[in-house]
Design a binder for this molecule. Structure first.
Ligand code: ADP
Length: 548
């Protein structure tokens, strides 16, 4: 017997109409490229998104078409976020930090018809234009006529100005209802190995993800919150905050392209931001700036960090020096992206300071609505004792079932679980801790060593700003950890002083066999350590080097 409740689908447009109707004066603030501040309301976003649908229709965009964006966090980008899915088209966000070859590949793979681009990417568009001309017929620059940047497009492609198109359009569009499983947005993983793969979100998955992430034990976003996603809207939907903010009526503050410590401190304070989210690198930059300038954070209560493991220093420094809680979350493109969040249970109230510090480093509990487990090499579930570590598997309605263009269900095992490629422990309270990417774990004499644990200890050295541990081939043990450290500006690092930090913290056989001091480490387009390159360079260090 079916329940007798109404069954209208979960439309992304209804997140926005809710915001406009019930939080109409709620603010959306953007720092523009011209360094001015643009302010309007959720009511304006809704009306302008309808107007943008009319623009897209005149550009020949229809249901199921992909429209690409190459843009920073700003109000025009937000309008594309809502207009495209609202008319049954698909908002395809592209990471401009990728190599131009990958960008051309992604645009062609997605077959984007129209690209919405920020003026700061004019050179990038000029560079890739000849290679994407078969898919893209119009490039719309997200700016006013007086700020159009010069672009050379390929024959057959047209350049247009966003504000001009918007001025000429009507906003008489009426949001339609359709199947909630309709595709809404497309985002490619950054592809540290192999070609990028597309994850195709739906209206339903986006709604459920927004609901769950807004909960008190997750991002805790409410109408009185002022939310600033530092994480770019071109990287996994800015972790869903453009949707969660509208759903709850929170003010949304969009920082544009300047994400250095000084710019962040300025916008966080001037806009009275209460909650902000981004990767550890951004927070380390902010911390450095605050320490050197003496500025304070006036209104920020909580910072979410994710994307890579949070160094302990980050959590401690913000708490002790600035009274701000740094909270750890984990996710990935395939998870829309948020999967876990570290919010305490009653059991955590009794932890000692040291235990609490270790606990904060965990990536947290699964969001309600999805599930996780860890398995060994044979697929057998491992115990939740905080010690056993294995491959992390996830399942649920905002997790990808296949990559764009591939067979439905092809990314899942026979029981419907998605392998994250991460290796983790889960403790008795259900808190998950990532110990590695499965391809980064160090397999020494048949036992596993966590590179993240070793990196976290290395960066607690006062003169080390960044560390990477990789598996280097070893004649006797198969692989042994090799540590690379970057000294703080103007400092030198004595390897012995770094190795001394491990005493009593990890088993002796976990200790890196060697430490190499380097001036910098390579990163991916999403700011993560590019370990594939480090491995290619240093894999044979113990075989050919003096430490063999
Ligand atoms: P990419 O496109 O770089 O693969 P994602 O942004 O989808 O990017 O990255 C997902 C991966 O990032 C996860 O599988 C995990 O390895 C890593 N990651 C994300 N959050 C955390 C975290 N809080 N701690 C450790 N690793 C994390």
């Amino acid at each position: 017997m079916f329940g007798m409740m109404q069954t209208q689908g979960l439309m992304i447009s209804s997140i926005l109409t809710h915001a406009a109707r019930h939080h109409g004066s709620g603010e959306v603030v953007s720092r523009t490229h011209e360094n001015t501040t643009h302010r309007y309301t959720w009511c304006d976003v809704e009306a302008r998104s309808r107007r943008l649908v009319r623009v897209m229709q005149t550009l020949g965009v229809g249901a199921g078409d992909r429209v690409g964006t190459l843009a920073w966090n700003g109000f025009r980008h937000l309008e594309v976020y809502y207009a495209a899915p609202g008319m049954q088209a698909i908002c395809h966000t592209i990471n401009p930090r990728l190599h131009p070859d990958d960008i051309a590949y992604i645009v062609n793979h997605a077959q984007d018809k129209v690209l919405f681009v920020d003026s700061s990417f004019a050179a990038l568009i000029t560079a890739v234009a000849p290679r994407i001309a078969d898919s893209v017929h119009t490039v719309v620059m997200l700016t006013a006529p007086e700020n159009m940047a010069e672009v050379t497009l390929a024959p057959g492609m047209t350049l247009a100005c966003y504000d001009q198109l918007m001025d000429a359009a009507d906003d008489d569009y009426v949001w339609p209802n359709f199947d909630e499983n309709t595709a809404s947005a497309l985002c490619y993983t950054s592809g540290t190995t192999g070609r990028p793969k597309g994850v195709l979100y739906s209206h339903r998955s986006t709604w459920l993800h927004a609901y769950s992430t807004a909960l008190p034990d997750v991002l805790c976003i409410r109408a009185s919150s002022r939310v600033l996603p530092v994480v770019p809207m071109f990287h996994v939907n800015a972790w869903g905050m453009p949707y969660a903010a509208a759903l709850t009526g929170a003010a949304l503050v969009l920082p544009g392209r300047h994400l250095d410590g000084a710019s962040m401190a300025s916008i966080l304070n001037s806009e009275g931001v209460t909650f902000t989210a981004g990767v550890p690198t951004v927070w380390l930059g902010l911390l450095q700036y605050l320490r050197s300038s003496g500025e304070r954070l006036e209104t920020v209560q909580r910072i979410m960090t994710g994307g890579s493991a949070a160094p302990p220093l980050l959590i401690e420094a913000f708490r002790d020096e600035y009274g701000v809680a740094v909270e750890h979350g984990w996710g990935m493109t395939e998870l829309s992206p948020v999967g876990t969040y570290n919010a305490p249970k009653p059991a955590q109230a009794g932890l000692t300071k040291e235990q609490a510090a270790a606990h904060m480093l965990k990536q947290g509990r699964i969001l309600p609505g999805i599930d996780m487990k860890i398995v060994d090499g044979d697929g057998k579930a491992l115990p939740w004792d905080g010690v056993a570590f294995g491959d992390l598997m996830v399942k649920g309605p905002w997790i990808a079932s296949a990559y764009y263009g591939e067979e439905p269900g092809s990314a899942l095992d026979q029981d419907g679980w998605f392998a994250t490629g991460d290796v983790a422990t889960i403790d008795a309270d259900g808190f998950m801790e990532i110990t590695d990417r499965s391809k980064d774990v160090i397999k020494s004499g048949g036992e596993w060593i966590s590179s993240i644990t070793l990196e976290n200890i290395a960066v607690s050295h006062p003169d080390v700003v960044e560390a990477a541990v990789i598996a280097a081939t070893h004649a006797k043990w198969d692989e042994r950890p090799l540590l690379l450290v970057v000294p703080a500006p103007g400092k030198t690092v004595d390897p012995a002083s770094v190795l001394a930090l491990y005493a009593g913290k990890v088993a002796k056989w976990w200790l890196p066999d060697d430490v190499i001091v380097v001036t910098e480490l390579p990163h991916t387009a999403t700011g993560k350590l590019l370990k594939t390159r480090l491995r290619a360079q240093y894999r044979d260090h113990y075989v050919t080097g003096s430490k063999g």
